[in-house]
Design a protein around this ligand. Structure first.
Ligand code: T1G
Length: 705
């Protein structure tokens, strides 16, 4: 096992290499190691300069997030200790960066005299994405080095900065095209030979006098919509404001205090949970280690509707040639027009270059025959949500596609096993449930059928990462994980408006809780007819003794399908997507309550939130019991990335742990008493609550099994 921090002398330069895979995080002991070698270089008369570099695929990508919230070794040096030593260096130190220079790694580089990097390196302060802020001087030194405005944007957005931009900002002194280690050593030799003093960040931000009056207040107002409910972005702004007002030592002290506040915040714990949950979801227990599955060199998509077009874009955006098949020229033309409109919109917003758009368009071909898919490695079927249509398509795909090609269905709830049984290759059939708009939403529910092979699962899980999706492996049941939990959420929302609430009150309460949109707004956005068809399909098997709200069906049958018809639960002014209360609907709701013999009552926000969120938790527990989801954290990943559950609450299961399963279980029992069988508590929820455990304990024990 190589040492996590190594020292080599190359000519007159001491090279300190951090070798702490996979991302060279500054785990406990790493700062000590770097400091030990720095001192060695400072004391060695044969050493004129030093280089700090990362081994493997990246420079230091930050502090070790796994160590947050755990007791730390008081004897171990901190990143701040390391930076203090760097700042007092008697000899020039060059940070040589590649891969990802992030968070504490970039802060360490700011403590060096010089910063150089390879082309393609990404620089950033992603701390805000896990509810923190750069806590080792980043908020004080970055504004001093590159200016307040670019530093503020980096720190508050957490977005990465590409190498060329870093160079133009002055974040790095040089972009080195050749061998980074060799070029950095030469850079360090020249610095030592040509200069007797070396730059260090200390003077106030050069552009602070140019900032407009109220600049920071305006910035807080500007980010408020996208930072809704979040805590640390605003403390990031406070810290950068300190950098314009305070000397460096005082600014660092203030930064330290606000960092500790962020670290102690429930939001940071939830956001760190989400970070690791998304990575855990990519791991499939039992899959042979290193099994990559069939490489996907060419893809096919059947159906050029909203979903099919969006899915085809996912492949083209990832550089994978994709062939789109429809049944008629007209449908194909309509679908391709939508795709091209999406690209043109991205170009207009400056998110995509004309050149990239052309590249992606060239990767997308189209036609009218399934036979054109004979040499693709995967086909995603994205046609109408009717089983007999899907069966016919899979029978044909099974005939025309080459052996080993993966046949995937984008169904949002139908039985993948029934579809697989229509083919002679059930081991190659899988569900790939994309979320609309497919080219935007990150979630991909990967549905393993009873006969789906490990190779097929591995291929699709690898594909998910390649096309920038968060893949979650789920089992077959009605609605899989996300939609199955959504049924209870929507059911209770509808019951609440029969009992006394109105749609806007339900939506407002849930948006206040943190949901991106409320259930009625979402319903209008997705189209009331979508849910209507699912409910009609479920009608035959729906137990007749169970309460059912038909208001949604009534409104849909009135031709009010939501935004696309200008009216749904709400009404919409032409060209405006703002939901407006509609007296006609509210009168209809009151009438419905009367017809049901329900005396309408005031329904408070707390009840609304419990009645809609706790069914998610209860159903999630049942999903875990049945093995439909591998982990509670997988369920969190589904709801954060597919349904707008607030990331800063960590997902429904993490939220349940935060509330306390005893409290949740007690509420579920109370609603079971008052609302009936839908609220039957999950046995797992009852057990964990009774044992004083939580879902995180369950995941931890599963991971160690
Ligand atoms: N700490 C611990 N583990 C980490 C880690 C980190 N900072 N970053 C990644 N990993 C693990 C990850 O869990 C996964 O583990 C493996 O590395 C590969 O990650 C003081 C307070 C660097 C862009 O926030 O953004 O510095 O699943 O799958 O797609 O101010 O990882 O293999 O067991 O994501 O190539 C700031 C977070 C920390 C960077 C690489 N830094 N990481 O992406 O690989 S706070 C971050 C990332 C801080 C200072 C503050 C990405 C990546 P496993 P991966 P990737």
């Amino acid at each position: 096992m190589s040492a996590p921090v190594r020292f080599e002398r190359c000519r007159g330069v001491g090279v300190i290499t951090v070798d702490n895979p996979p991302v060279n995080a500054l785990s406990t002991g790493i700062p000590d190691g770097i400091m030990e070698h720095l001192r060695r270089g400072f004391d060695d008369p044969a050493i004129a300069a030093l280089v700090l570099i990362g081994a493997g695929r990246t420079f230091i990508a930050g502090a070790d997030i796994r160590e947050f919230g755990k007791p730390r070794d008081p004897e171990a040096a901190t990143l701040r200790d390391l930076i203090e030593l760097l700042e007092g260096a008697a000899k020039p130190v060059v940070a040589a960066m590649h891969g990802n220079a992030l968070g504490g790694g970039l802060e360490a580089a700011l403590g060096c005299n010089y910063r150089v990097g390879s082309p393609g390196t990404r620089y950033g302060f992603p701390e805000v994405k896990i509810g923190l802020l750069p806590g080792a001087g980043g908020t004080q030194r970055a504004p001093r080095l590159i200016g307040v405005e670019p530093a503020l944007e980096m720190i508050v957005s957490g977005d990465f900065v590409a190498s060329q931009r870093a160079l133009s900002l002055g974040l790095i002194d040089a972009e080195l095209e050749g061998d980074l280690r060799e070029d950095a050593i030469a850079f360090a030799e020249r610095a030592a030979a040509e200069r007797t003093s070396h730059p260090r960040i200390g003077s106030p931000p050069a552009d602070r006098s140019k900032l407009s009056e109220g600049y920071f207040e305006d910035y807080r107002a500007k980010i408020a919509p996208r930072a809704r409910g979040l805590f640390s972005p605003f403390l990031c702004i406070d810290c950068v404001e300190f950098a314009t007002e305070l000397p460096l030592p005082e600014g660092l002290q203030c930064e330290r205090e606000l960092f500790e506040q962020c670290l102690a915040s429930p939001q940071s714990k939830a956001l760190i949970h989400a970070f690791f949950a998304e990575r855990a979801a990519a791991k499939v227990p039992g899959l042979p280690k290193g099994l990559a599955g069939r490489p996907i060199a060419k893809a096919g998509v059947v159906g050029a509707g909203t979903m099919g077009g969006g899915i085809a874009m996912c492949f083209a955006n990832a550089g994978i040639p994709v062939h789109l098949v429809e049944t008629s020229e007209e449908a194909l033309a309509k679908g391709l027009a939508t795709v091209h409109r999406n690209y043109e919109r991205s170009v207009a917003k400056g998110r995509l270059s004309e050149e990239k758009m052309a590249e992606r368009r060239d990767l997308m071909t189209s036609g009218l025959s399934l036979g054109e898919l004979k040499d693709v490695d995967i086909v995603i079927e994205a046609v109408f949500e009717e089983m007999d249509i899907k069966i016919r398509i899979f029978e044909e795909l099974d005939r025309v596609c080459k052996p080993g090609a993966v046949l995937a269905t984008n169904t949002s709830s139908l039985d993948v096993n029934e579809i697989a049984s229509a083919t002679r290759r059930p081991e190659a059939v899988i569900g790939t449930h994309f979320f609309s708009p497919a080219n935007v939403m990150r979630l991909l529910e990967t549905v393993r059928g009873g006969k789906t092979s490990d190779e097929t699962i591995a291929a699709v899980m690898a594909l998910a990462k390649r096309i920038g999706k968060t893949g979650v492996l789920v089992g077959v049941c009605d609605g899989f994980v996300g939609n199955r939990m959504l049924y209870g959420y929507l059911r209770e929302a509808n019951f609440l408006i029969e009992e006394g609430a109105f749609p806007h009150q339900v939506d407002e309460a849930l948006v206040e809780f943190g949901m991106a949109m409320g259930p009625f707004g979402i319903n209008d956005l997705a189209g009331l007819d979508v849910g209507y068809r699912v409910r009609k399909r479920q009608a035959a098997s729906r137990p007749k003794h169970l309460r059912y709200s038909k208001i949604g069906d009534t409104i849909c049958e009135m031709g009010r399908h939501g935004q696309k018809t200008g009216k749904g639960w709400y009404r919409y002014e032409p060209g405006n997507r703002t939901p407006l209360r509609d007296p006609e609907i509210e009168a209809l709701i009151v009438e419905e309550s009367k017809a049901l013999g329900i005396a309408r009552r005031e329904v408070g926000a707390e009840e609304i939130v419990e009645r809609c969120i706790y069914p998610l938790i209860n159903e999630g527990a049942k999903i875990l019991e049945e093995g439909i989801a591998l982990r509670a954290s997988d369920i969190d990943v589904v709801w954060i990335n597919g349904y707008g559950f607030p990331r800063w609450c960590g997902g429904p299961m993490f939220h349940a742990d935060s509330v306390g399963l005893g409290k949740v279980y007690e509420a579920v029992c109370r609603y079971h008493e008052s609302q009936g069988p839908y609220w039957e508590p999950a046995a797992l929820l009852k057990r964990l609550a009774g044992e004083g455990k939580n879902f995180a304990d369950l995941d931890a024990s599963a991971a160690s099994a």
